[in-house]
Design a protein. Structure first.
Ligand code: GDP
Length: 444
């Protein structure tokens, strides 16, 4: 997980100052020395660190802390506010052209995740905002980039405009724009050609395309794992092309976080989205405040709720609730529910979004065994319809068959049946027990 080291160290520092009834200048100095080291170790740009420390120190020994009844907490609030400001303050939204389509050029070096992110963005626009995007395959240099985009388009049921790899990218972009207008698409996402390094040829071509299609957004896709290199790449692109935003990919990896914390301050370009995984729904709008909150171990409940809203089918949720109430919840429903939870993303990532999760012993480092969940799913899938409706009929020979069919053991089948039985008992108790008596019930 990104920011792990930084997060841990900052939280240690914060926990020491949190309860303090009085914060002296010496306290602030000492704390800032540690914060400085933590940021440098996280590969944050040297100058950015210097400015950050200066800003926080000034505020921390100022009136707002002195006069506060809880000075320790006040200092933490300042650190959070300044971290938020460092990453851009307010969330920066994607542009909407007055007259559609909104044209977005996706630029970046090879391997940064540009093509994947173009697909993710189309998915996000369509699913979350009901928009009609057109994907444009203009990366004619990287072998297979066009094919990759076409495959993504198919998976997402989003149209892809392509003229093969022998046409000039600027021409491709122009013609795509005409098609988008004719078909009333409201976003045109152009996957431009990447290179291994920044060179004049690349920049020339991108400038020509910019001139030809007059984009509303130029998003630079950079790999967060490359740290300060990502910041340098962003700076060059911004100087030579003028980007409107950055998309940081691979924030799910164990990057130390330097790129996320320095890019805005160094280049002035806002981070608009963050890539959080290889799957097509692993793209999140970048919220500086929520990110600061995650780094300081205060959780990110808002993102969690948004994920849940996007992933969980409301009709299904209602149906499920009804089944729980009437205790007619079957193994099939259980399977369904597992699937819904899995759609939210890796479970250990979700846990980290809960405020204070890091303080509950063992929870922060919990390794949710996704394979275990897959085994449970396999067991249920190996049952017949009748067995799923009435698990009490599952006798010894049926258990053997199910274990064989799912590649598991009879013990595992037993365990699942027992757990499911307990779950049903619990549902019965929850629904039958009069209100006042629920208190004594303990979750198994
Ligand atoms: P391009 O050359 O910039 O177009 O790069 P691709 O889109 O082909 O991506 C390069 C690799 O990075 C692929 O294996 C992607 O699956 C992977 N990738 C892209 N974005 C992310 C992300 O947010 N997280 C992770 N873990 N991998 C990513």
């Amino acid at each position: 997980m990104a920011f792990e080291g930084l997060s841990e160290r900052l939280q240690q520092v914060m926990s020491r100052i949190r309860g303090k009834g009085k914060v002296t200048e010496a306290d602030v100095k000492e704390m800032m020395r540690e914060v400085r080291l933590a940021l440098l170790e996280a590969d944050v740009n040297f100058k950015v660190v210097k400015d950050f420390i200066k800003q926080v120190s000034e505020r921390a020994v100022g009136q707002e802390v002195m006069k506060s009844l809880t000075p320790g907490q006040q200092v933490i609030k300042i650190v959070k506010e300044e971290l938020t400001a460092l990453m851009g303050g307010e969330q920066s939204q994607i542009a909407v052209a007055k007259k559609p389509p909104t044209v977005v050029m996706m630029v970046g070096l090879q391997g940064a995740g540009k093509t994947t992110t173009t697909g993710k963005l189309a998915n996000w626009l369509r699913k979350r905002h009901n928009r009609k995007p057109l994907l444009v395959a203009a990366d004619v240099y990287r072998p297979a980039a066009i094919k990759q985009l076409e495959t993504l388009g198919k998976q997402l049921s989003v149209p892809v405009f392509s003229l093969g790899e022998h046409e000039n990218p600027v021409e491709i972009a122009k013609r795509a724009l005409e098609q988008a207008k004719a078909e009333h698409c409201d976003y045109v996402l152009i996957d431009t050609a990447g290179r291994l390094h920044i060179d004049e040829g690349l920049m020339d071509e991108l400038r020509q395309m910019k001139e030809a299609v007059k984009p509303d957004e130029i998003f630079l896709v950079v790999d967060a794992m490359t740290g300060q290199d990502a910041v340098n790449v962003a700076q060059s692109f911004h100087e030579q092309l003028g980007i409107t935003g950055v998309i940081l990919t691979k924030l799910d990896g164990d990057t130390r976080g330097g790129a996320a914390l320095s890019i805005r301050a160094v280049t002035g370009a806002p981070i608009k989205f963050a890539g959080m995984g290889e799957k097509l729904d692993a793209l999140e709008p970048f919220h500086p405040e929520r990110m600061a909150s995650r780094i300081l171990g205060m959780g990110d409940v808002l993102t969690l709720i948004e994920k849940a809203q996007a992933a969980v089918d409301e009709e299904k949720a209602k149906e499920l609730e009804q089944k729980m109430r009437t205790a007619t919840f079957t193994l099939d429903d259980f399977l369904d529910q597992l699937g819904q939870v899995r759609k939210l993303g890796p479970l250990d990532e979700l846990i980290k979004m809960l405020p204070g999760a890091n303080k509950i012993k063992g929870l922060a480092n919990i390794q949710v065994d996704e394979k275990q969940i897959a085994r449970v799913e396999a067991i249920i899938r190996s049952m017949t319809k009748e067995e799923k409706m009435h698990p009490e009929i599952i006798n010894g020979s049926r258990k053997k068959r199910i274990a064989k069919g799912s590649g598991t053991t009879v013990q595992e089948v037993n365990r699942l049946l027992k757990q499911f039985d307990e779950m049903k008992k619990m549902m019965k108790m929850m629904t039958n027990v009069p209100k006042g008596k629920k208190k004594g019930f303990r979750f198994p």
